[in-house]
Design a binder for this molecule. Structure first.
Ligand SMILES: *Cc1c(COP(=O)(O)O)cnc(C)c1O
Length: 380
């Protein structure tokens, strides 16, 4: 079965009881136990729910993992993946321009439990080698990174992790399993904010952890059942529904992103354009080798702060908002929105300046999106 068919029929495509083509929502919290000497399939919905199970099987299949678990949000999934393998005294090496919520998790939460961290430019394997300490247990990676879309060489990263005895975890939110399957490249676990492209319609919060091995899966499952940040049956159903159109959305949204990135690269007021699909992007060749697409997020800088503000103020078809991955195109201003939590010096040193704008390209006609940006950029 080819991947595009697998998305629809590779796992949990029908209700086993009725044949229904849409897995039903099982709101039950508890389940009848016919015989107290025999463990039933389902006991209590924190530990397992049929709708969530169908979603988890689908997620595992999409990324070729042994196990997958669905959580109430992306950060709940990331927290579970990290705490499944880390203990007090352990150290994490993490991508420097990481998602703002992950930054807060490392710097303002896990550190209180004695888990240390070092940020590194993980697009540079030497910097990663240098950051690893004897107590480093996890390489926590994000690629393309947010918002500057730096690309990691996964084969190089997995080799470092193997040599130094670290577990690799990748936040694969931006590319989704449709374009990149990290477990095939030696990554141990992937995490997702399924709120973004996997859900695809800006109408739910969800997270996922997918593990390469059953053993790591069991560890994540214990955290899920213990801390209880599970995805509801209703949102599990909605996410299953979103995933059915993953191919159509990712293909068209990436196509739109490519056109818009190319157009931006020709505008004199766009001083830098960050999109790994552009051949001049430093991560282009790696991604071309390791992934099947470049995603639908594009960032760029403008020639002045006033121009950036004009764009934010005057666009009509783009929605100015945080988040990304929906069918409607979103334009965001990282320095005041997604990355506002970072200290100013950190932000500036990362290149998240007041002229940086991030785009998440949706399903509108790319000509309209381009025209809208062109008009807004010249507005006063
Ligand atoms: C949004 C996002 C998260 C957090 O996910 P939530 O669903 O908002 O909790 C994590 N990583 C990346 C890359 C994201 O874009």
């Amino acid at each position: 079965m080819k991947y595009d068919t697998k998305i629809l029929h590779g796992a949990a495509d029908r209700d086993p009881y009725t044949g229904a083509l849409s897995i039903p929502i099982y709101p039950a919290s508890t389940y009848h136990q016919k015989n107290i000497d025999e463990a039933p399939g389902y006991v209590y919905s924190r530990a397992g729910n049929p709708t969530r199970r169908a979603l988890e099987e689908t997620l595992a299949m999409l990324e070729g993992g042994a196990r997958a678990y669905a959580f109430a949000s992306g950060v709940a999934a990331i927290t579970a993946a990290l705490t499944a393998v880390l203990s007090a005294g352990d150290h994490i090496v993490a991508t420097r321009d990481i998602y703002g919520g992950s930054y807060r998790l490392l710097t303002d939460y896990l550190d209180r439990f004695g888990i240390e961290h070092t940020f590194a430019d993980t697009s540079d394997p030497r910097e990663v080698e240098h950051a690893i300490r004897p107590n480093t247990r996890v390489l926590f990676l994000e690629s393309p990174s947010n918002p500057l879309l730096k690309i990691i060489d996964f084969e190089a990263m997995a080799a470092i992790a193997r040599a130094r005895g670290c577990i690799t975890i990748l936040d694969n939110t931006f590319l989704t399993p449709y374009f990149f399957r990290p477990l095939d490249f030696g990554i141990d676990m992937s995490v997702h904010s399924a709120t973004k492209f996997l859900g695809g319609h800006s109408d739910l919060l969800a997270g996922a952890v997918i593990t390469k091995s059953r053993e790591l899966g069991e560890q994540v499952y214990r955290v899920q059942a213990t801390t209880g940040g599970v995805l509801s049956p209703e949102n599990s159903w909605l996410l299953l529904r979103g995933i059915k159109t993953l191919r159509a959305r990712m293909t068209l949204q990436a196509e739109g992103a490519m056109r818009i990135a190319r157009w931006l690269a020709d505008q004199r007021w766009a001083t830098s354009v960050y999109y790994p699909g552009l051949p001049e992007h430093p991560g282009h060749d790696i991604l071309k080798r390791q992934a099947t697409g470049f995603g639908a997020v594009v960032s760029f800088t403008t020639d002045s702060v006033a121009r950036a503000h004009a764009i934010m103020k005057h666009v009509q078809y783009w929605t100015v908002a945080v988040s990304l991955g929906g069918v409607e195109s979103i334009l965001s201003y990282p320095s005041r929105m997604s990355h506002a939590a970072l200290p100013v010096e950190t932000r500036e040193s990362l290149g998240i300046t007041d002229t940086l704008i991030r785009l998440s390209v949706g399903l509108e006609d790319a000509d309209d999106l381009i025209e809208d940006l062109a008009r807004a950029a010249e507005a006063r």
